[in-house]
Each structure stands twice: as C-alpha cells, then as structure tokens.
Design a protein around this ligand. Structure first.
Ligand code: ZN
Length: 329
C-alpha cells in the first residue's frame, strides 16, 4: 500500500477519514508491513506484504464461510493444483485459464472481456478503477498495464487464487503496480466519490447482499463515473422449470455465496442507488445469435424479455448522473 491511498480511506467502525501509520516498514515501492490506526476511534487495520486488511474485525459470517471454501479449494485435485497454480498460469490469464468443471469458461471470459473493452467501453489511461472481487488480480493487472490507477479488493489474500497473486504480476513487469485491499464489497473502506469506474468481474453475484453491493459501488463512484459488472447471472422464469444446476448447488454447499437475481431484482437494486443500468449479453450462445442475426438496436430491446423469460449471463453498465445522498454513518 502506498501512503497516497490513505486520503481516500474511511474507518469502517466510525467512518472517520483521518489515520496515522504505526510500526511501518517500506520497500522502494510501498508500505510493506505495519498498521493504519484511526485517529478518532483507535481501530487498527493491518498492512501485511503490502496488502491492507479491512476484514479482520468486520467480517460477517457469510464471508468467513466463503473464505474457508476458497481456502479448501477442493474443486481442484492436488495434481491439478500442482499443474495449474503456477506463475505461468497466473500470467496467462484469462486466455490460458483452466477450469475443472467448465472447460470453456476462460475462453468465453477472455472473449467477453475483449468484446467489452473494444465495443462497449473506451478506457482512458488515467481512470481510477476499483476492481471488486478481483480474485487472482488478472483484471487489475490488465487495467494497470493500460495505465489506469487501480485498487483491487477481494476477500481472499492467497497466492494463485487471491490478492497475493499480484506479486507474480509485479515481478513480471517492474512498472506494474496496483493497490490490494482485503475487504468486503458491502462495506467498502472508501470515501464517497472516489473512483471513475467500479468494476466487478463475475463477482457481484457472490456478495451476500446484492442491493448493498450496488449501493456501495454507487457511493464510492464519482459523478459521471461508471459501474461495470461483467458476466453476472440473471435468472429467468424458465429456470424454475429446469432441473437444478449441480455446479451451483455444489458451490453453495462448499460455502460459496451465490445470488441468482431476476432482472426485476437487479433493476430495483440499481434504481435504489439512483442508477439506470444497461444490460448486454455476455459472450455466450445468445451473443452469437445477436452477432449473426439481429442488429444491436434490436438486441438492446429484446434482451429484456429474454432475460425475464430465459435468464442468462450479462454485462451491466450504469453511469452515475447525480450524487447519492447516502450518509456514511
Ligand atoms: Zn475509526
């Protein structure tokens, strides 16, 4: 963590934004070890290996369970972990990713990400981005490579699955840097109006409260800033008549929080945050149909009845047009 991040932080206990550093050690780039202490209530936040921990005293039960599910990593065999949890694997993401249950997941992920930033969003080099639920940090790394100033936040600090994977990216290219915070999307430790973009790659459906996650994303976003939630599921009426999704049920059983909202619930959550979202099919079967048969304007209309009836994976983009009157307290 660098010292210039401190001015953007708030204390999760008392919402004050004045801190001082104690017992700190630095390297050439950042504060590596130490504590950030709130000047008002004395709450301490540890900095370990450069990662600021805002979870310790503010961890809700659902996150504790989800962290344990991540740590057990029992969807991968020991052999798979040896084969895939390597520097080469992390540096090859997203294109060369591996998933034991859905072999085409990373290919689709990579195509969808490319589609998003070539067709839907133009990134400028000085955007300030909060990357929520960054996991292995591959998205944070790509934004940093584009010259953006990035803060990565996740509930997992481990290497190969969580925030410490950043060490591999930093070692691969000396000019690469982004901030890493261990934290919860429903309690973001930032001042209002801090980021140009709040980005979440396939992670908002893991928040224990979708509504709070959207409100918090909107709160920390600057006016005219953009929320970009990528590859999140929307459930349609059809799914109630379909046999149950085994992958989904296994993940829930492991302790992973999975929210499958309807389009109506998503629209309500955004409206509560005074945002009007636009929905785009994530790269999938529907996207092929969209590309081959129907023009974009028609797809923009058809997506609503299709999502209500059939559901599907979506990219959601919402601009903040006004300041939110949300109290920090
Ligand atoms: Zn405090």
């Amino acid at each position: 963590m660098k010292t210039n991040l401190i001015k953007d932080l708030i204390c999760l206990k008392c919402k004050n934004n004045h801190f001082h550093l104690i017992e700190r050690t630095y390297d050439d780039i950042e504060i590596r070890e130490g504590y950030l202490e709130c000047n008002n209530c004395g709450q301490k936040y540890q900095i370990k290996r450069g990662i600021l921990n805002t979870l310790t005293d503010f961890m809700v039960e659902t996150i504790r369970k989800e962290r344990n599910a991540h740590k057990s990593k029992n969807h991968l065999t020991e052999l798979e972990k040896k084969l895939y949890f390597t520097e080469k694997y992390i540096l090859g993401l997203p294109k060369k990713g591996y998933h034991p249950i859905r072999p085409d997941l990373w290919r689709k992920t990579s195509e969808n990400f490319e589609f998003l930033f070539s067709k839907l969003i133009q990134l400028s080099i000085n955007e300030r981005i909060l990357d929520v639920g960054t996991g292995t940090c591959w998205t944070s790394n790509l934004f940093a490579l584009k010259g953006c100033s990035v803060v990565a936040i996740d509930i997992d600090e481990d290497i190969y699955t969580g925030l410490r994977s950043s060490e591999i990216y930093f070692a691969s290219k000396l000019s690469i840097y982004f901030e890493r915070i261990l934290g919860d999307v429903c309690q973001l430790p930032f001042m209002n109006d801090t980021f140009d973009i709040v980005f979440a790659h396939s992670s908002i459906h893991h928040a224990y409260s979708l509504e709070t996650a959207v409100l918090e994303s909107a709160r920390v976003l600057r006016k005219a800033g953009t929320i970009i939630y990528v590859a999140d599921p929307v459930v349609g009426i059809y799914q109630f008549f379909k046999s149950k999704d085994k992958n989904f049920e296994n993940a829930v059983e492991l302790g992973v929080n999975e929210t499958r909202p309807s389009l109506i619930r998503l629209l309500r959550a955004f409206r509560k945050a005074k945002l009007t979202p636009r929905f785009y099919f994530a790269k999938s079967g529907y996207d092929k149909m969209q590309k081959a048969l129907i023009p974009q304007w028609l797809s923009n209309i058809l997506i609503y009845p299709i999502l209500i009836l059939r559901g599907g994976g979506v990219n959601i983009i919402a601009k903040k047009k006004q300041y939110l009157l949300i109290s920090l307290g």
